[in-house]
Design a protein around this ligand. Structure first.
Ligand code: SAJ
Length: 445
């Protein structure tokens, strides 16, 4: 790096240390908003840029637009809006005086498992022309390996007419948030800081040190991109292994819940939980981003796609298990009344993104069943469970919400036409409900 750049980066680093650097966050969703609020709370001036005008309005009124229970977020947001340290706008031109700009826009994958970077490209194209010389841009969104050099750098260089590490600096710092623990995870989980140069990576750790009480590891771009996508692909593969063992146990008359418990007594074994499927905004998506990163290279991907296929099949396996169980009660799915318990993708959450229940309900209806859905956390499915169970021929447990662990099976028994339960999460494995025809994923007859 030439002396002038080093001076500029040193100057930027100084302003970051002093918290006089002016920050911006593009995309005030469940990642961008908490991170903007945390930096404002430690004393930075933070500008949030959000295209949805109603969200801008709500945020500037000190109200959080994020659903679900997020401990501490409402108070934090109210505090930093009142103090004037955080404000939101839809105007990209307001970014012209910003020294550090974080990008937290969505990066979904489509049904061909390819990333859709429309939001990321739009953010970069709008930012580049107004980007302040010597500013640091940090992409926090999850991206396929190779995206920083292949998409982000070219768009910023073309749009700003400056070159990276000369006219601006560029980083990738993937987030590790989780709905329900947004602030806790942001503060307590380690992060990799992928910089356009080692000095930039160090500058990034200086910035995040203000809000993160965990390891901050300076790395290069490809390492940062790989860590995020690999850590979620790892989890997907582990869950798929547990699901494949569940299918083996069903076929051989075993009990995967028992097998898992005993396997995990062996050192260095941590078999994950089998179940009715894998949903959410991270695990079903990130393995495909990892795979996309090696597309066109001579790397035969077998395990990552296979794990996705196994996990995506689990809701359909639950349908087959239900059919088999109904047959035991001399019944079929055709015109059966089925109550699905749980529509969120995760226990005790209201988040329904990529929910396995969505696949199950569609398949059940396609097979002629009459389907009701209950979920204590999802507004449209809240209601009187016992009422919904009236005359049903089966109940299918898809989400291990705590509320379901206290189900009143005696009352349920009296309401259902056929007291039949298919347990997709092994919740009642240890003590199946009295008088019910009971089946559980991973347990053979
Ligand atoms: N699931 C299983 N078996 C398991 C674990 C999960 O079937 O053993 C299912 C869940 O029911 C759910 C899906 O997988 O449908 C995802 O569950 P998750 O616990 O992984 O929750 P997520 O999707 O919120 O994952 C987040 C991720 N965090 C980030 O991306 C920052 C993931 O990296 C974390 O590992 C995970 O939280 C976590 O550890 O809680």
């Amino acid at each position: 790096m030439i002396a002038e750049e080093i001076m500029r980066l040193a100057e930027l680093r100084e302003k970051i240390e002093q918290k006089t650097a002016r920050l911006a966050v593009i995309g005030l969703g469940y990642v961008g908003l908490p991170v903007a609020a945390l930096f404002a709370d430690v004393g930075f001036d933070v500008l949030g840029v959000e295209i949805k005008a109603d969200r801008v309005e709500k945020i500037n009124a000190g109200l959080s637009p994020i659903e679900g229970e997020e401990p501490g977020l409402a108070e934090l947001l109210n505090r930093v809006i009142k103090s004037g340290r955080l404000r939101a706008t839809s105007d990209y031109n307001a970014l012209g005086d910003r020294d550090v700009i974080l990008i937290d826009v969505e990066t979904p994958v489509d049904d061909q498992h390819a990333p859709r970077y429309e939001a990321l490209r739009a953010a970069l194209k709008n930012l580049a022309p107004v980007l302040k010389p010597g500013a640091l841009v940090i992409v926090e969104s999850t991206i396929a390996p190779g995206t920083m050099s292949g998409v982000v750098q070219p768009l910023l260089e073309q749009g700003s007419r400056r070159r990276v590490n000369e006219g601006f600096y560029l980083g990738n710092c993937p987030e590790r948030v989780m709905p329900g623990k947004l602030l806790a995870n942001l503060r307590s989980l380690s992060r990799v800081a992928g910089g356009s140069s080692p000095e930039v990576a160090q500058t990034m750790t200086t910035l995040y040190r203000h809000i993160v009480q965990a390891d901050l590891d300076p790395v290069d771009w490809i390492t940062a991109e790989l860590v995020k996508t690999v850590e979620n692909a790892y989890r997907d593969v582990q869950i798929a292994f547990a699901n494949e063992v569940a299918l083996i146990c069903e076929a051989l008359g075993g009990d995967v819940w028992k097998v898992r418990e005993l396997v995990n007594k062996s050192p260095y074994r941590q078999m994950h939980l089998p179940g009715a499927g894998v949903g959410g905004h991270c695990i079903p998506k990130d393995p495909w981003l990892l795979a996309y990163g090696v597309q066109g290279r001579d790397v035969p991907l077998r395990l990552v796609p296979a794990a996705r296929k196994i996990n995506d099949h689990m809701p359909l396996h639950v349908v087959a298990l239900l059919e088999k169980t109904l047959a035991r009660a001399h019944h079929t799915l055709q015109s059966a009344r089925v109550l699905v318990l749980g529509y969120a993708y995760l226990e005790n959450s209201d988040d329904t993104r990529n929910s396995p229940s969505e696949v199950l309900v569609t398949q059940l209806r396609a097979k002629g069943a009459e389907v009701g859905v209950h979920d204590p956390y999802v507004a449209e499915y809240q209601g009187d469970l016992l009422k919904m169970a009236e005359g049903c021929d089966a109940a299918v447990l898809m989400v291990a919400h705590d509320a379901y662990r206290k189900l009143d099976f005696d009352a349920l028994y009296g309401r259902m036409r056929i007291p039949l339960l298919v347990d997709g999460r092994g919740v009642f494995r240890a003590s199946p409900p009295q008088g019910f025809v009971y089946a559980c994923v991973g347990v053979g007859e």
